[in-house]
Write a protein that binds this ligand. Structure first.
Ligand code: HEM
Length: 125
């Protein structure tokens, strides 16, 4: 719509590749600092996770990337995730976005798009 033409895409409002990379780094440090969350990543290659999440955020924000990782249900099945885990992770993303200076408009737009993944991520838990 008009707002989008005035302000650029959500991807641009997040700072493009550099902005998304800073957001993902901030977010990943928050996951690592959360004792309720960090254990889930014990066997994860963090470099691949970071690259995959950057790609997903770029695509989700209408940037020029295509996420080519596994679908969200397959990536998270059998982890035994609860809504509390989901909310904690989204909360860390919210804090990372605030910390990286993303204004409320684009911040909440991205969080809204991520919230739509809840059904897929929580499937078969
Ligand atoms: C909106 C919420 C979430 C988003 C957008 C998200 C996104 C992603 C993405 C893009 C990947 C990479 C998939 C791949 O390339 O293999 C991934 C993997 C992973 N996610 Fe999530 N995730 C979310 C919620 C959660 C929650 C709530 C947890 C647990 C508390 C979690 C734990 C993990 C773990 C452990 C992996 C790595 C799996 C592996 O090592 O292969 N995620 N997630």
């Amino acid at each position: 719509g008009c707002a989008q033409q005035r302000q650029g895409s959500l991807y641009q409002q997040l700072g493009g590749d550099a902005g998304i990379s800073a957001i993902v780094e901030d977010f990943t440090l928050r996951l690592a600092d959360d004792p309720e969350i960090v254990g889930f990543f014990a066997n994860t290659n963090i470099d691949l996770f970071v690259a995959s999440l950057e790609q997903q955020l770029c695509e989700t924000s209408d940037g020029p990337c295509r996420y080519d990782g596994p679908p969200m249900d397959r990536a998270h099945q059998h982890m035994g995730l609860t809504d509390a885990h989901f909310n904690a992770v989204v909360g860390h993303m919210q804090q990372a976005l605030i910390d990286q200076g993303i204004p409320p408009g684009p911040r909440n737009q991205l969080l809204g798009r991520l919230a739509r993944l809840h059904g897929d991520i929580m499937r078969r838990q």
